[in-house]
Design a protein around this ligand. Sequence first.
Ligand SMILES: *Cc1c(COP(=O)(O)O)cnc(C)c1O
Length: 392
Amino acid sequence: MKKSKHPETNAIRTQAKRSVHKEHSVPIYATSSFVFDSADEARAVFAEEIDGYQYTRFSNPNNDEFIEKLSMMEGVETGVATASGMAAIFLSLTAHLQAGDHIVVSQSIFGSTHQIITNLLPRWGISHTYVDIDDNDDWEQAVMPQTRLLFVETPSNPSLDLCDLEYLGDLAKRNNLLFVVDNTFATPYLQNPAKFGAHLICHSATKFIDGQGRVLGGAILGPKSIIKDVLPMARQTGASLSPFSSWILSKSLETLAIRMDRHCANALAIAQFLEKSKEVKTVKYPFLPSHPQFDLAKKQMTLGGGLVSFELHGGADRCKNFINNVEMISHTSNLGDSRTSITHPASTTHSKLTSEERERVNITDGLIRLSAGLEHIDDIIIDLQKAIDKSK
Ligand SMILES: *Cc1c(COP(=O)(O)O)cnc(C)c1O
């Protein structure tokens, strides 16, 4: 089929080649290896002289279908499917760095990413500077002669702060740096970092891409010229995604656009509801005019995303009471699920950060991260209102 200019059509209409059975929906290729017709064919496949599958750690039709759809939605050439979002992040960093290199990273990043950068990379001689995600001068001043890479997550988890993608794309270009963006929160439906000069885009597909909290998965996407250095490392270290998970994730991409529309509409309505409540101290949502980076959000995202963060008056105790009093809303560390969920980052996802580190990225002890699900908005608001009242 000819490619459409609409990514959501391509996500639905892109499919692995049909087998002899002419199935409408692609089957799960639950096989660890593939057979060869001849000794010559096997040699040629291994030598990469001809296309062909050999072993699922290297490639599999389900993984290929997932990556073809996702790279089309991101507007890039290709990618690698990984076992989790963290595998994608780890590979996007280590495939291109060596001892003596330095990287510049926004300090508002996912807890496990923070651990890789703070504790693992220095063991291999790779140093870093943490900067304020929204301070362009801070980014600029942190670049040194040995800097090789910029890494950012935007909007950030859980503070929902943004970086200026265009500025960082330009900074990377001027200094010949690799620019890596974790696009998990926005998904390729809301934001395409490659348009602003990002070279590699990482996803935790576990979140909105799956959208129903079923599997772990991830991906690294980018131009062939850069992915070619990630691919051998993914294959050799065994970071590959299982065909079952890529089948789920590929099917999920067919509904990503319509689900994100609802996640974003619910999140905006929740943010507006919280902003009106006298019991609420702060609310952060990229598409609320009160967000300090509202104009930037409008420029680089098409909708505000599915996450809202907020604080109630009364600090950590009130926050705990609130969490203990939700009824329908799930209390869990996952996000991007069809079910609305809340979590307390300071004691869970970001508990490995020191309290000074948390303070610097606005993760207070009273901060709650909410992931808007797909339920009817009235049911979500009723549950929130009840928990706010009972937590007093
Ligand atoms: C969840 C998450 C990750 C890690 O992904 P996993 O699939 O859990 O390994 C990385 N970055 C962000 C922004 C996330 O939300």
